[in-house]
Design a protein around this ligand. Structure first.
Ligand SMILES: [Zn+2]
Length: 84
């Protein structure tokens, strides 16, 4: 039996958006902001809430991808993790 090694990268970046990635809460500098000073039911992951993706963040991410000559998928799927 032969195996093919498939190696992926998960890259995290903080983009200069006004709000967070999945809600309208202001993006704050977590090194100086008071704890829990910018939290809503969506970013707290409360049951029944629906995150809405930040359009500007997607635009910025695509700009970075194009600048780095990355291959961009035509569609992407996001599944929110739930921790009980
Ligand atoms: Zn929020």
């Amino acid at each position: 039996m032969e195996y093919e090694a498939v190696i992926g990268l998960e890259v995290h970046a903080e983009l200069e958006t006004r709000s967070k990635m999945f809600c309208a809460c202001a993006r704050v500098d977590s090194t100086i902001a008071r704890p829990n000073s910018a939290v809503c039911p969506v970013c707290a992951g409360m049951p029944g809430v629906l995150p809405v993706v930040n359009r500007r963040a997607i635009e910025y991410a695509l700009r970075v991808a194009l600048a780095l000559e990355c291959e961009v998928a035509h569609s992407s799927l996001f599944v929110r993790k739930n921790y009980f």
